[in-house]
Design a protein around this ligand. Structure first.
Ligand SMILES: Nc1ncnc2c1ncn2[C@@H]1O[C@H](COP(=O)(O)OP(=O)(O)OP(=O)(O)O)[C@@H](O)[C@H]1O
Ligand SMILES: [Mg+2]
Length: 454
């Protein structure tokens, strides 16, 4: 184990170092709190022995500071005055144990032994948990998914803020849960809120909580998510949709580690790990003044990018099989598989909706097909080969009048159906469920033409 001793008395440091090194540990000594914090920044330590009286900070404040930034480090307080109050108070703020001066060799050895047993236990737990999760949960074999797994493993036990970016349905929320599950505080709450799903006033009252009577609807008091997440993880999804005034308030909470509930007077302290996610280009949001740069720096300590599925096609069969299995067992259905030809089509499809889209398609196939092997003929046509067919992307264009949007949609849709059916009027009319003559009329009135690439 690696141990840091922060004590302004040189001989105390030397004495503890002697004892812990004899037990086969590595140790370092800092004479001031500031010096100690610098060392913590540069190296990882398992244990800190912290003097309650230091020249540059009150040890109790020092303890809180260490716990805030490095909650995984065990802190043992060294109390010169031996008051039981000090010791009890330090335990309340997260110290593992305390030592009284003059130091007792036996007590130090005993504390080290306890800590070692505990850390081994935690490590074993983490390893078995990791293997489990690795095996079953983040599906994928691509280099980018493997890199993602490594990164998640590396950072899950840190307390730094994480910002997850990626397209719709790529797996941002999935990754955020994994980070929480793999962390040491996985038994603590995982609290999530989607910032785009709630109006801004409601978002604030959800985050901060409120006292009874704080506003008209506040019939009873309610704890805020900041408080509920204490000790665990707070996941703020779609963070770019948080309005600017809430952003300022969030920044303050992150800086202070405390806040006041709406309508309340008491300061509530909360220590949580923050994970945010967005599918927007956050730097563009900063440039257009929709997102505060200072908040961005605070939440983007560890950036994680979840790549779109089309950039890791080798994951597709694994995801397909995973969802085939899980949806079959969920619905107590017979396990099905895809024909090779259909799997190839899955692999060449671009999946604009990423893993979520793939999951939905697979679930639909499982539910709708009676066959054990699902083939190409069971898939919705639109999915099959739209790049090859040069299909038009039918997305509604916001801001257009209803008439022009409808015209545009009609044009695109007719064109797509015609292209899929190779301009065969009979087939196309059947798909559209309209008369052939009406289709001819539409082709004429919409000015549709068979071009080279259609
Ligand atoms: N690598 C993966 N392995 C297994 N399941 C996954 C994986 N990636 C995503 N999923 C699943 O796909 C679905 C969509 O993922 P998720 O909700 O995390 O996406 P998202 O990026 O948060 O999407 P949005 O931007 O729409 O909020 C979820 O059901 C999730 O569990
Ligand atoms: Mg999401």
């Amino acid at each position: 184990m690696k141990i840091l001793i922060i004590d302004d008395e040189k001989n105390i440091g030397v004495a503890i170092m002697g004892i812990v090194n004899d037990e086969g540990n590595l140790s370092k000594h800092a004479l001031t709190f500031g010096e100690g914090m610098e060392m913590l920044k540069e190296e990882t330590f398992d244990i800190v022995f912290l003097d309650i009286w230091l020249p540059d900070i009150d040890g109790m404040e020092g303890l809180k500071e260490i716990k805030r930034y490095y909650p995984e480090i065990d802190v043992v307080m060294i109390s010169g005055h031996g008051t039981i109050e000090n010791a009890v108070e330090s335990i309340k703020y997260g110290a593992y144990d305390f030592l009284e001066k003059p130091l007792s060799l036996e007590r130090i050895v005993m504390i080290l032994k306890h800590l070692k047993d505990r850390s081994k236990l935690l490590k074993d737990l983490r390893n078995s948990k990791y293997n489990l999760i690795k095996k079953y949960n983040l599906i994928g074999v691509s280099q980018s998914v493997n890199r993602l797994k490594d990164k998640i493993d590396k950072i899950s036990n840190m307390n730094s803020a994480v910002l997850i970016t990626g397209e719709n349905g790529a797996g941002k929320e999935h990754v955020s849960k994994l980070i929480h599950m793999l962390g040491m505080y996985s038994d603590q709450p995982f609290i999530e809120i989607n910032c785009s799903a709630v109006p801004s006033e409601l978002l604030e009252s959800e985050l901060f909580g409120y006292e009874q009577g704080a506003f008209t609807d506040a019939i009873t008091s309610k704890k805020g998510l900041f408080e509920l997440a204490n000790g665990g993880t707070l996941f703020l999804d779609e963070i770019c949709d948080m309005d600017l005034s809430t952003q300022v308030k969030l920044l303050k909470v992150l800086e202070m580690g405390e806040f006041v509930t709406i309508g309340g007077t008491e300061v509530v302290k909360s220590n949580f790990r923050l994970i945010c996610a967005t599918n927007k280009d956050i730097s563009a949001e900063i440039t257009s003044n929709n997102f505060r740069a200072d908040l961005f720096y605070r939440i983007n300590v560890i950036p994680i990018e979840v790549p779109p599925l089309r950039e890791r096609r080798e994951d597709i069969p694994y995801l397909v099989n995973y969802f085939l299995k899980s949806s079959a067992s969920l619905n107590s259905l017979l396990e099905k598989r895809l024909s090779n030809e259909l799997m190839e089509q899955f692999m060449s499809y671009d999946f604009p909706g990423n893993v979520r889209q793939l999951k939905n398609i697979v679930e639909r196939l499982v539910a709708l097909s009676d066959k054990e092997v699902i083939g190409v003929e069971d898939t919705p046509t639109i999915f099959i080969k739209d790049q090859e067919l040069g299909l038009v992307d039918i997305s509604y264009k916001y801001g257009a009048t209803l008439k022009s949007a409808r015209d545009e949609f009609e044009r695109d849709y007719f064109l797509n159906v015609l292209r899929v059916n190779d301009w065969n009027i009979i087939k196309s009319a059947a798909v559209l469920d309209i008369e052939r003559t009406y289709l001819y009329k539409k082709i004429k009135s919409l000015g549709l033409e068979k071009t080279k690439n259609s």
